[in-house]
Design a protein around this ligand. Structure first.
Ligand code: BES
Ligand code: ZN
Ligand code: ZN
Length: 471
């Protein structure tokens, strides 16, 4: 489907369907009030009513603000794709919602059909977004950038959704190097022998039972005159079986999504390079498969990490933090960044704390948390801070090593995981670092907002918003 921005009056545009957004309190005065009343349409948010003969699709909204328009546009595109119409038009109500409209249709209309033998065919060919606003150049700018960000989010979703027999640490590095080629990024891939030379004892242990060698992927976007340098780190567990601390069968299903942090980093680099932002961005990905086998790492093992910190393994399912420990340490050596952000589907506990719809944000700098939260709400991604404290930190104490990979008490599990990572952040970087736990937000089996079944691309929109604002 082709989305076009048109500078004209709505009635000048010929299309099969006109999409309109209606609030409850506008229903009575609406042109189609009588039919809508007969159809029992109450203008509830995300409900739609197709007036086929009139060529009108009415969409309910609670408000005409971005978050509600994004969600309603997703409902609209699904209804349009399910119909046999070929074209539709939407009037752009205000500059401030154009981005949300574009995201709603691109993200809500996303489908992943790689493994279906019969491809669904939609007849919808063109969607026109129409405005006669005088400041059309500004609209064009918003349109282009929103399209780049939404497409990068879908790029992230595509990789997350690919099955684990297709995406393993080796093939993930191919995805990254192809992106690098297409978008002119620098790309270095470290194989297991390189990781051994780097003394990455924690990361290597996690991948030891896999037949696919672990990789560390370093991508870089380096524009001239960059205002700031950003390091992004992604957890790339292409499969998390739990290892010898094996997951329950029902919890193991969906664990192909444990690479979503890595995929978000790839999506952000794609967007940033296409938006040509004036920031230097480095992406570091720890790509590993956590499996069982005769040579698997074990609970009771003591690992020596790259930073020389020794780690007592008490649960092989708390593997993401082991991978990130080494990748964070490596990244801090390679790049002196102004900000260090890691994205990881790190803990089920984060989902228990915040629900499935909110990303957990952890770190030391209140200012940075504030700026990131603002970017999140501007981008339409929900984020909430989970505060560190010294009492929870004590729960990671090990009797035999420098730190244990799990806390001695189960409560506050998202925060203790964040505090584990904190152990590997150098003193000079403490206020530059933020950890995003996207365990709840990165994947969904029930559609919500502009997210459909599968990977959501959590982190991409929010980070693009933050990076675009950097002065
Ligand atoms: N990848 C999981 C976390 C996860 C769970 C992500 C559910 C998405 C959905 C992580 O590696 C894990 O298994 N964490 C354990 C930690 C525990 C052993 C301390 C968890 O959350 O149970
Ligand atoms: Zn795990
Ligand atoms: Zn995991």
């Amino acid at each position: 489907m082709d989305i076009k921005l048109l500078e004209t009056e709505l009635n000048e545009v010929v299309a099969d369907v006109n999409v309109v957004f209606v609030k409850k309190d506008e229903l009575e005065a609406c042109e189609h009030a009588a039919i809508l009343q007969k159809a029992g349409f109450m203008a509830e948010q995300d409900t739609t009513c197709f007036l086929y003969e009139k060529g009108v699709l009415v969409c309910g909204v609670d408000s005409k603000k971005s978050d509600d328009i994004r969600s309603a546009a997703s409902a609209a595109i699904k209804a349009l794709k399910a119909s046999n119409f070929q074209s539709a038009k939407i009037e752009i109500l205000s500059k401030s919602v154009l981005g949300a409209l574009v995201e709603g249709v691109v993200l809500g209309g996303y489908e992943f059909n790689d493994y279906k033998s019969e491809q669904k065919k939609s007849t919808l060919e063109s969607l026109f977004l129409v405005s006669s606003d005088l400041d059309f150049t500004k609209l064009e700018e918003i349109f282009t950038s929103s399209l780049i960000i939404a497409n990068a989010t879908n790029f992230t979703r595509d990789i997350v959704n690919k099955a684990p027999q297709e995406i393993n640490p080796q093939t993930l590095s191919h995805v990254a190097s192809n992106l690098a080629k297409e978008n002119n990024l620098e790309c270095i891939v470290l194989q297991e022998d390189d990781l051994a030379k780097e003394n990455m004892g924690a990361m290597l242990a996690v991948g030891r039972a896999s037949v696919h060698g672990s990789t560390l992927i370093h991508l870089a976007y380096k524009p001239q005159n960059a205002k700031k340098v950003i390091t992004l780190v992604g957890k790339g567990l292409t499969y998390d079986s739990g290892g010898l601390s094996l997951k329950q069968p029902t919890s193991m299903v969906t664990m192909k999504m444990d690479k979503a942090g890595a995929c978000a980093v790839l999506g952000i680099l794609k967007a940033v390079s296409e938006l040509k932002l004036d920031v230097e961005v480095h992406g570091f990905i720890g790509a590993v498969e956590n499996m069982v086998g005769g040579n698997a790492y074990k609970p009771d093992d003591v690992l020596v990490s790259r930073s020389k910190t020794t780690i007592e393994v008490r649960n092989t399912d708390a593997e993401g933090r082991l991978v990130l420990a080494d990748v964070l340490d490596y990244a801090q050596d390679k790049v002196h960044a102004d900000y260090i952000f890691d994205f990881a589907t790190l803990t089920g506990a984060c989902m228990i704390a915040l629900g499935q719809y909110t990303t957990g944000l952890m770190g030391h700098s209140h200012k940075l948390k504030h700026d990131i939260s603002r970017a999140g709400s501007d981008a339409g991604e929900m984020i909430s801070s989970l505060p560190f404290n010294r009492h929870l930190k004590k729960l990671l104490k090990s009797e035999i090593a420098d730190i244990s990979n799990t806390a001695s008490k189960p409560y506050g599990g998202a925060i203790t995981a964040g505090l584990f990572l904190d152990k590997f952040i150098r003193e000079e970087n403490k206020n530059k670092w933020m950890h995003f736990d996207i365990a709840g937000t990165a994947y969904t089996e029930t559609p919500w907002d502009c997210n459909v079944y599968g990977g959501t691309g959590a982190g991409v929109r929010l980070m693009c918003e933050f990076l675009r604002d950097i002065k």
